[in-house]
Design a protein around this ligand. Structure first.
Ligand code: MF3
Ligand code: CO
Length: 262
């Protein structure tokens, strides 16, 4: 069942969303060669809690950290730890915040120092795929219009969409109905209606779309070792089109990351 939110509930959801964006901005500014992913996790946890909010991921099905930090060929759910960032890496950072009784969920893939042009193109394509998906989140469209836009943007740039991982409804809990695949024919699935709140999250790779779960039972990487990217926004379907909830005034993650995105 898709839980639609009232206008006042969506206002409440904007608060955790804004904190997600500000946390990602803080992490983006801290990301540099020599920094460990555990240090980024500590920074995020302190920042989130200092705003009276909870890191949603902590304890979620036993997840042991506040953020997910997934370098290079790791697609999602990397557990922060001793991994030390190196020049030329890319790092996918996923942040969930619970505040005001609602969850915000967002992700961004940051370059570490200078990255090669192919890696940059992967990141910019994933960001563009997210933007294309978000743009479809309007009243009267069908859910799979989002999926299709993500897939078309990704594949026309020569990259692959991970099939086994999906976006989701988001609200009082992190994962609500519906699941949102990042591929598919347009015009399928439930009709989008005012008050639906969705976490749209393309996960794409430079090579094969196949992934595997590591022995830690969380981290997911590409089978062929190809580079991966993950961008995510929580959005609300409004009368005037999609409203991005994981955004904050004066926060420009692309500028922090030095990416050119539309
Ligand atoms: N943010 C992820 C998602 O979009 C979930 C992270 S898994 C967790 O579904 F265990 F870290 F919470
Ligand atoms: Co999500």
């Amino acid at each position: 069942m898709i839980i639609r939110k009232s206008a006042s509930e969506i206002e409440r959801m904007a608060k955790p969303g804004e904190l997600v964006a500000r946390t990602l901005a803080l992490l983006g500014a801290a990301i540099a060669p020599g920094v460990t992913t555990a240090e980024l996790d500590a920074l995020a946890e302190e920042f989130i809690r200092s705003h009276g909010a909870e890191p949603t991921f902590m304890g979620y099905h036993g997840y042991p950290a506040s953020i997910c930090a997934s370098p290079n060929e790791m697609v999602v759910h990397g557990i922060p730890g001793r991994y030390t960032l190196a020049e030329g890496d890319v790092l996918s950072v996923d942040v969930g915040v619970t505040l005001n009784g609602f969850v915000g969920d967002g992700a961004f893939t940051f370059p570490v120092g200078e990255i090669d042009p192919a890696a940059r193109r992967l990141l910019e394509t994933c960001s563009a795929a997210l933007a294309a998906g978000v743009k479809q989140a309007r009243v009267g469209n069908k859910l799979s219009d989002i999926s299709h836009a993500v897939q078309a943007t990704t594949e026309s740039a020569g990259f692959s969409v991970v099939r086994t991982l999906v976006g989701h409804g988001v609200g009082r809990v992190m994962h609500e109905d519906p699941q949102i695949p990042n591929y598919g024919e347009p015009g399928r699935g439930p009709e989008l209606r005012v008050g639906m709140t969705l976490a749209i999250e393309p996960m794409i790779t430079a090579g094969s779309p196949d992934v595997f779960v590591h022995e830690d039972e969380w981290s997911i990487s590409t089978v062929d070792g190809s580079l991966a990217a993950h961008f995510e926004h929580s959005i609300a379907v409004s009368e005037n089109g999609p409203r991005i909830l994981t955004a904050a005034p004066n926060v420009d993650l692309a500028a922090i990351a030095g990416l050119s995105v539309s």
